[in-house]
Design a protein around this ligand. Sequence first.
Ligand code: UDP
Length: 492
Amino acid sequence: MEKENEPKLKSIFLPFLSTSHIIPLVDMARLFALHNVDVTIISTKHNSTIFQNSINLDSSRGRSIRTHIIEFPASKVGLPIGIEAFNVNTPKEMIPKVYMGLYILQPEIESLFETLQPDFIVTDMFFPWSADAAKKLGIPRIMFHGASYLARSAAHSVEQFAPHLNVESDTEKFVIPDLPDKLEMTRLQLPDWLRSPNQYTELMEVIKESERKSFGSVFNSFYELESDYYDHYKKVMGTKSWGLGPVSLWVNQDDSDKAARGYAKKEQGEKEEEGWLKWLNSKPESSVLYVSFGSMNKFPYSQLVEIAHALEDSGHNFIWVVRKNEQNGESDVFLEEFEKRMKESGKGFLIWGWAPQLLILENPAIGGLVSHCGWNTVVESVNVGLPTVTWPLFAEHFFNEKLVVDVLKIGVPVGAKEWRNWNEFGSEVVKREDIGNAIRLMMDGGEEEVAMRKRVKELSVEAKKAVQVGGSSYNNMVELILELKAIKLAKV
Ligand code: UDP
């Protein structure tokens, strides 16, 4: 740990413009500040509202951390004020314009690097140019991955060996080669950019190159969670990497931190929040399902209906974080009636838009998740020792499902068959029977369920150990800071 009176290392953190990349990288930045590093986070005004409350809290605790706001060039790219991120409400046709805005911002960010004179920068994987920018300034660039070591290893294997080209159909299983475990997938479950080359494939290649040019990478993961993949990834990439997670567990230890996280994304007032807490506190221990599909997803009406019926038919209590689908007024009426019915029966509580996930998950009434396997949520479920019904949708979710179900054996798959883009509905509708079966296997106290709960509880203990003095992530943080200090001193 850094000593208070030593000269501080100066750092810049640059998160990507999407909620689930911002949240863990800001948590990580706050961890560096906790370890006596001076931290400046560069962000735009609208995006900073997601995390500014946490920064204010940290700075009131005397930590050396602040946000440097840059103005998103909305008018230059023809976007309305406030659209400056890739999130669930970004209209599809505006996405290229957000990219354009980021492109325009690049020289301004580079010159900020020069002016602020950091000793190192930590930038999201989607800023590959920052590796060269750091090189010019003679400082280390550390790349932040929003994914798991398993997911990055699996993607690398598919890129290298193209096992999906050796099967006859989109639904035939193939083994992902050269991984520590025998993991099977189908072509339909692969991200489109891995199935056949597109623009994103090229971008991922550029990102990989930039990783090799960087000082190393950091992940929101911890050694004990995916040790074989941690070692494998470093070996195949030939790069340095540090697991510094679970970042949310480490840095959000007070309720004030947990509540402040992602604050601006809430679509309900304080009263509603108290509502969920009161409701949850009235439920028996481990009796409630937490059903959420992250920050980016919207389902079509047909899928919302299946989920609603599956939850109602399951007989279990549930909290469902749900988003209305503006394209279809039918779903509004259906969901409102469903909510009314659930209020009357007391079986279910709907949270519209954004939920205080960390606070909900640690409530003793929660007994398991139904989740899309977004990496942050996987880690957060492990933190609290809860099993998951896995329902991968897009990004690297299908790889994460392999970790949860096949490697760690702490989840039950819903049987999702098809990868889709985050801002598309895709053609698959998972049926209520399949959702119900998976919920039953997770919640109904069978032998396998008991074993699964035991395993995830053990992992939760490991997660807590990882971030304590002497734990794997703690040691990684100390080592990384020491290396960065040595580089600074060598320059002097
Ligand atoms: N999250 C939250 N409330 C919500 C939805 C998401 O607090 O209603 C947080 C969640 O705790 C996690 C992040 O947002 O830290 C979502 O990241 P994840 O990787 O799980 O999914 P994504 O949003 O990328 O699909």
